[in-house]
Write a protein that binds this ligand. Structure first.
Ligand code: SF4
Length: 60
């Protein structure tokens, strides 16, 4: 079994140092885009990430 560790990942906050936004593997500009197919489409994962952030802001 292998695992992937992205050199662009800022583990504090799960952000992408390359794209200066949240890490969503496969998003446009990500080193993994066009190399892999994901079970959940990237657009759907970005929407889920955005709604998580909205919920977090409302609670703060
Ligand atoms: S979005 Fe892609 S390039 Fe950026 S940290 Fe995540 S896996 Fe790495």
């Amino acid at each position: 079994m292998s695992s992937f560790s992205c050199p662009h990942l800022n583990e504090k906050g799960n952000t992408c140092l390359r794209l200066k936004t949240d890490c969503v593997p496969g998003r446009k500009g990500c080193v993994l885009s066009k190399k892999f197919q994901f079970a959940v489409p990237v657009e759907e994962r970005i929407k889920m990430q955005n709604s998580k952030e909205e919920s977090k802001k409302i609670r703060e």
